[in-house]
Design a protein around this ligand. Structure first.
Ligand code: C5P
Length: 205
């Protein structure tokens, strides 16, 4: 069984996918972490972000079993990840690794292109949304909780910019596919969202 959860930045994909996977006993794969890990390596190895061939080479030489969660959520990685993820060859390489990681397990996979590209035949596709104000508030709170300095207006601007890049790119843009169920999480608690998706899952099973 494959559950695909797609949606824009701050829509709650990671939080929801993690809980859902735990409840169902499925494997959870955060595909954003793959693109972030390539971006972290690009930045730490001073690879020129304008050099597509070098970015592709870095992606091809990346070991995704080594993803370090403590390194991939920095402001610098977040600001540059959409540039790296826009390259079709980078995506081809990363998607192959994601499919490999999912092989043989029931999974909840979250990202931007799971229902459209990675697993177009997924049994259940969810498109998570929330108002941009709410998504910015969540991200802002996350940063404060991590003890980082943050500014709400700036966080919202960053989110809008990243969504714009992720939706406008040619290669596998962020979009809701026709057979995805849209779940608007504005004003809902995490528990309410999990409950809603669990209901949809049970209906489909
Ligand atoms: O989900 P997260 O915010 O960690 O994703 C980071 C970035 O990785 C996104 O802004 C997007 O550029 C890229 N991404 C993608 N396709 C996915 C998941 C993430 O292009 N399936």
């Amino acid at each position: 069984m494959q559950i695909a959860i797609d949606g824009p930045a701050g829509s709650g994909k990671s939080t929801i996918a993690k809980i859902l996977a735990k409840n169902l006993g499925f494997k959870h794969i955060d595909t954003g972490a793959y693109y972030r890990w390539v971006t972290y390596r690009v930045l730490s190895e001073n690879v020129n972000l304008q050099n597509a061939a070098a970015l592709i080479r870095t992606a091809e030489q990346t070991d995704f079993a080594q993803i370090d969660e403590t390194k991939i959520r920095s402001k610098e990685v977040t600001e540059n990840v959409s540039t790296v993820s826009a390259l079709p060859e980078v995506r081809r390489c990363v998607v192959a690794q994601q499919r490999l990681a999912a092989r043989g397990s029931d999974i909840v996979m979250e990202g931007r292109d799971i229902g459209s590209v990675v697993f177009p035949d997924a049994e259940l596709k969810i498109f998570l949304t929330a108002s941009v104000e709410e998504r910015a508030r969540r991200r802002y709170q996350e940063l404060l909780d991590k003890g980082e300095k943050a500014d709400l207006a700036e966080t919202q601007k960053d989110i809008v910019e990243r969504d714009r890049k992720d939706s406008m790119r040619h290669a596998s843009p962020l979009r809701k596919v026709d057979d995805a169920v849209e779940v608007d999480t504005t004003g809902l608690t995490i528990e309410q969202v999990v409950e809603k998706i669990t209901e949809i899952y049970k209906e489909r099973k």
